[in-house]
Ligand binder design. Structure first.
Ligand SMILES: Nc1ncnc2c1ncn2[C@@H]1O[C@H](COP(=O)(O)OP(=O)(O)O)[C@@H](O)[C@H]1O
Ligand SMILES: [Mg+2]
Length: 324
């Protein structure tokens, strides 16, 4: 079966102007994302992984239409959707939803959950007026919350439950693709598993696709079909999850993999030997010339300081941007 592209990101760039100079050409930009390309297929969970500051959320905000890209294209079902969400067709706005990292800031604390879940139904004119309440109950049921939660306010429920409400809100428009921007990293470890299981279950029952953003690589092993690794606004490796964990190729990936805890002997066997992570992440305002990982790479040679490696296929569906 041929995989159908749902979302394609082509050479996406987002530069933030951080210092305006008299001479326009001397303006200082922060290159949050600097040429990112990937495809997300229908019914796929694509993991987007990287350290804090690597540009993951900026990718998400461009896709969702909070930002206008500096360059590049975002294609949804083969149509270019670059630009602000308010200028997009209603059908695209319904199809693409996002769940933010921190539900305590993404939900209005002064509105009850009924109001929060009704809003997208009204804005997107999804449900007939008389059945809106039923739909709210239905959304709560989908995330396994009891109907009487609609009368509660976000500050009065637990963090995990708040995130379930955010997920229910994202489901209100009957979306095709949900961007999950570190959906569990602001939560207590004890409830992270519950949220992940709910997400996996929803994906199966509703045939959803996810762009699953995280800095937690081990989480991806059980959740993602493919994994994309970002470093300083660029992709350094992309592969199917199994392939990724068994045959990692980029030195940065190996560094990440070597530092995650393993659960089984099988995992321990395929895990790269411990690589000490050296150095700090350079600033995206002053990027290193050549490969942007050269300041921390144990394998760096002259060429790595001279030219930037392209992402190239080393095996089927396995891309790596490294000179070696
Ligand atoms: N609105 C903004 N203005 C200026 N710099 C920004 C803005 N948003 C993000 N950045 C910078 O862009 C880089 C990537 O940020 P972000 O996409 O939030 O990374 P991540 O989600 O991977 O932690 C960071 O260096 C961050 O400081
Ligand atoms: Mg982020």
């Amino acid at each position: 079966m041929k995989e159908e592209a749902l979302l394609t990101v082509e050479n996406l760039k987002k530069y933030f102007l951080i210092e305006k100079k008299l001479n326009k050409r001397e303006n200082v930009f922060l290159k949050a994302i600097d040429g990112v390309s990937f495809t997300l297929h229908r019914n796929e969970v694509l993991g987007l992984v990287g350290e804090s500051g690597s540009g993951k959320s900026t990718v998400a905000y461009n896709i969702i239409g909070m930002y206008v890209p500096t360059d590049g294209r975002i294609l949804y079902k083969n149509a270019c959707i670059n630009g602000k969400s308010e200028n997009r067709p209603l059908s695209v706005k319904r199809d693409l939803q996002i769940v933010f990292q921190d539900p305590s800031t993404s939900l209005n604390p002064r509105r009850n959950i009924r109001y929060i879940l009704e809003r997208p139904l009204k804005v997107h004119r999804i449900t007939e007026k008389r059945s809106i309440r039923d739909r709210v109950i239905d959304l709560l049921r989908m995330v396994e919350l009891p109907p009487d939660y609609m009368y509660k306010y976000p500050p009065h429920i637990g963090g995990g439950e708040r995130q379930l409400v955010s997920i229910a809100r994202a489901l209100a428009t009957d979306p095709k693709l949900i961007i999950l921007d570190e959906p569990t990293s602001a939560l207590d470890v004890s409830i992270q598993g519950k949220i992940i299981n709910t997400l996996i279950h929803l994906r199966e029952t509703l045939s959803l696709s996810y762009l699953f953003i995280t800095h937690d690589l081990s989480l991806m092993r059980n959740v993602a079909d493919r994994v994309v690794i970002m470093y300083l606004g660029k992709i350094c490796e992309v592969a199917r999850t199994k392939d990724f964990f068994e045959n990692p190729a980029h030195p940065y990936t190996m560094m990440l993999l070597s530092s995650i805890p393993t659960m089984s002997r099988e995992e321990e066997r395929v895990k790269p030997k411990k690589i000490r992570s050296r150095g700090e992440i350079p600033s995206p305002v002053n990027l290193p010339t050549g490969c942007r990982f050269n300041t921390r790479c144990p394998k760096a040679k002259d060429i790595c300081f001279e030219c930037e490696p392209e992402l190239r296929e080393v095996a089927l569906d396995h891309g790596v941007s490294c000179h070696f």
